[in-house]
Design a protein around this ligand. Structure first.
Ligand SMILES: [Zn+2]
Length: 402
C-alpha cells in the first residue's frame, strides 16, 4: 500500500494518520482529464494536513507555516519583454510538455474544483522552505487527489538559473510530482533532478516525459510509488491524467535562423523565418536563457547585444496554437576588437560573429544542438546545472521530497 505524499509522516510516531483518501493503493490510477492552474498572481497560504488548491487562502501541507506567495515578477527574469510575454512563454512551454496528455493548463482560477495548482512566484524563503530550491511538490502517487498545491519559486530563477525556460521546466516538474511521478536519471527528462552535471543549454529547451529513465533516489531514500525501471512516464501519466485526444495538429512549424556573415555591429539584428501548416502563434528569441523577444507577427526580427569576446547562444523557437514547437540554437562569438598601434581598441560595438562550426562534435546528437566542441557546451552547462539543481523541486533532503 502506498501513501500519498509524505512518507516521512507515516513513519513518525505520533504523526496524525493521513486522511483515508491518501491510503488508497496506486494500483488504480486517477485517470483524466485534469486541470493544471499555473497561478502567477500570488496567494495567501496556510499550513494544513492536506492540500486544498481551491481554498482561500490556499491550504498546503508543504507550507511550514502561514505565508504569502507574491505574484510573479518578471523584471529580473526577462527584462526585455513584458510580464505578459514572459508568462505566455512559461505557460506555452508547459503546454508543450504536457501536449500528449489530458492536462488542461490554465492561468485563471477554474470555475469549478478540483484542480492542481502551482503557485509561480517569489522565493523559497518566503514560503519558509530551503532557499536552495526553485520548486517543491508532493509526490502524489497515482494522482489520487486533484487538489495538490505545488510551488515554483520564480524569483530564484533569473536567466543565469534558467529564466522563463527554467521556470516552465520547474512548473512541469512539480506538476509531474503532483501527477504521480518521481525523479528519474535521464537528463533529458522533465523529472530529472540534476544529480549530475549532464545538462546542456539545448537540453533545457527540449525536456519531455520519457520512457527511458531509471528511478533516481535524488531527494529521497527510496521509491514512494510503484514503478519499475526503466520508468515509463508516458504510461504512468497516461494512466494518472489521461492522454490527449487523438488527431489534431501535430505538425511543428518550420524555422530557420540565418547566420550573419562577416563582421556585424553590436547590437546586431537577427531575423528568423517561420511558417506552419496552421499558423505560427509566436516566435521567441533567447540569448542563452534570457527571453529577449516575443514576436507574434513577422518579420521575426530581434536585437542582440554582446560584449567583446562574449560567447553566447541564440535560440529561437516557433510555436503554433496546438503547442507544437521548433527550436533552433546557434552559437555566437563576439570578436575581441583588434588593438591599434596605440594600444587602443576599436570603438566598442564593432563585433564579428563567428560562423557555426561545420560539423557537430561527436556525441552532439541533440536536435538543434549547437555545432560546438563539447568543452564549450559544458562550460555553459556548468551554471545551467546549478540552475537546474535549483529547479529540481526536490532537494537533497527527504523533507523537500514530500
Ligand atoms: Zn522533484
Amino acid at each position: 500500500m502506498k501513501s500519498y505524499a509524505v512518507a516521512a509522516c507515516v513513519l513518525v510516531a505520533g504523526c496524525a494518520p493521513p486522511p483515508t483518501e491518501m491510503l488508497r493503493t496506486t494500483d488504480a490510477c486517477h485517470g483524466g482529464p485534469v486541470t493544471l492552474w499555473l497561478d502567477f498572481e500570488g496567494a495567501g497560504v496556510v499550513h494544513a494536513a492536506s492540500d486544498d488548491s481551491s481554498a482561500m487562502p490556499v491550504a498546503s501541507s508543504l507550507a511550514p507555516t502561514n505565508a504569502v506567495v507574491p505574484p510573479f515578477a518578471s523584471t529580473a527574469i526577462a527584462p526585455e519583454v513584458t510580464r505578459d510575454q514572459a508568462i505566455a512563454a512559461i505557460v506555452d512551454r508547459v503546454r508543450t510538455i504536457f501536449q500528449p496528455y489530458a492536462v488542461d493548463v490554465v492561468t485563471a482560477r477554474p470555475a469549478a474544483a478540483p484542480y492542481t495548482r502551482i503557485l509561480i512566484g517569489g522565493t523559497a524563503a518566503a514560503l519558509g522552505v530551503s532557499a536552495t530550491e526553485a520548486g517543491v511538490a508532493n509526490v502524489d502517487c497515482g494522482n489520487l487527489t486533484d487538489r495538490d498545491v505545488a510551488y515554483d519559486f520564480a524569483a530564484e530563477q533569473t536567466p543565469d538559473y534558467g529564466g522563463v525556460v527554467g521556470i516552465a521546466n520547474t512548473a512541469a516538474h512539480e506538476a509531474g510530482h503532483a501527477f504521480g511521478l518521481e525523479h528519474v536519471d535521464d537528463p533529458h527528462d522533465v523529472m530529472y533532478a540534476a544529480a549530475t552535471p549532464m545538462l546542456t543549454l539545448p537540453d533545457l529547451f527540449d525536456v519531455s516525459f520519457r520512457a527511458s529513465g531509471s528511478f533516481s533516489s535524488y531527494g529521497s531514500a527510496g521509491r514512494s510509488c510503484t514503478s519499475a525501471d526503466p520508468v515509463d512516464e508516458p504510461a504512468i501519466l497516461g494512466c494518472n491524467v489521461g492522454t490527449a485526444l487523438a488527431g489534431g495538429d501535430t505538425e511543428a512549424p518550420t524555422l530557420d535562423l540565418p547566420m550573419p556573415t562577416g563582421d556585424v555591429m553590436s547590437p546586431m539584428m537577427l531575423t528568423a523565418t517561420a511558417s506552419d501548416n496552421v499558423g505560427v502563434v509566436r516566435v521567441e528569441a533567447y540569448k542563452d536563457l534570457e527571453l529577449v523577444a516575443s514576436l507574434s507577427t513577422p518579420p521575426y526580427s530581434f536585437t542582440i547585444t554582446a560584449a567583446p569576446a562574449e560567447r553566447f547562444y541564440v535560440t529561437v523557437e516557433a510555436l503554433d496554437a496546438a503547442g507544437n514547437r521548433t527550436t533552433v540554437t546557434r552559437p555566437f562569438v563576439a570578436a575581441t576588437p583588434p588593438t591599434g598601434d596605440d594600444g587602443v581598441g576599436l570603438p566598442p560595438g564593432d563585433m564579428a560573429v563567428a560562423q557555426p562550426q561545420p560539423t557537430a562534435a561527436s556525441g552532439c546528437a541533440l536536435a538543434g544542438a549547437p555545432s560546438l566542441p563539447w568543452p564549450w557546451i559544458l562550460a555553459l552547462a556548468a551554471p545551467l546545472f546549478r540552475a537546474t539543481r535549483r529547479s529540481s523541486g526536490s532537494g537533497s533532503s527527504s523533507r523537500r521530497r514530500r
